[in-house]
Design a protein around this ligand. Structure first.
Ligand code: GRF
Length: 194
């Protein structure tokens, strides 16, 4: 598959645990002419992830990883990534921490999207915390993954207004719609020099 710049598209794998709406938007973008990537694989620790249904319907290769033993799970993931010539991993709501050992083997090639303006509000329940602290702005961040939680180098961010009558659900919805645009933009951005 050739991207509009004449180069081969980079094969990416998306790791999910649930809804997979970011995975869907990455997939839709990947079909565009100006996309520098294609999605060759979706991987989940949860066989009931809604995103896996979408992968099956759209005939995207998908794998379920048993995470009872982290070491074995990561060994299997590395094997699968290699076998499928994956050049980049995009975490999208993947609720497992990747070990330092794993990240070393896939150095600089793992991205994540987080629903806040990092470095603020790392971890879970970001929208509730933002509202509780009466922030005027929140947003989303695409960043490289390192061994510390939500702490890798930032690639792109998008600010989102928080309104007085927002609740965590309404804010989540507004931020998520921006995540769907930001993630593909960030992936394309880092692939520009490859
Ligand atoms: C998103 O808010 C993302 O920022 C966070 O987990 C959520 C995943 O949503 N890491 P989805 O599964 O992509 O719909």
């Amino acid at each position: 598959m050739i991207a509009s710049n004449g180069y081969k598209k980079i094969a990416i794998a998306v790791f999910i645990s649930g809804k997979g709406s970011n995975f869907k938007s990455l997939y839709k973008f990947s079909k565009k002419k100006n996309s520098k990537f294609k999605i060759n694989l979706v991987l989940s620790n949860n066989r009931n992830a809604i995103g896996i249904e979408f992968a099956k319907k759209n005939k995207i290769k998908n794998k379920i990883i048993n995470y009872k033993n982290i070491d074995l799970a990561e060994k299997r993931i590395l094997y699968i990534l290699k076998k499928n010539n994956i050049g980049l991993v995009c975490l999208a709501g993947f609720m497992r921490i990747l070990s330092r050992k794993f990240l070393k083997k896939f150095k600089g090639k793992v991205l994540n999207i987080h629903p806040s303006l990092l470095p603020k509000y790392k971890g879970l329940n970001t929208h509730s915390k933002v509202i509780k602290n009466k922030e005027k702005y929140s947003g989303c961040t695409v960043h490289y993954v390192n061994s510390k939680l939500d702490s890798g180098k930032i690639i792109l961010q998008k600010k989102v207004r928080v309104y007085k009558n927002d609740n965590p659900k309404s804010l989540e919805k507004r931020v998520l719609s921006q995540e769907h645009i930001l993630y593909s933009k960030a992936v394309n951005k880092i692939l520009i020099n490859l």
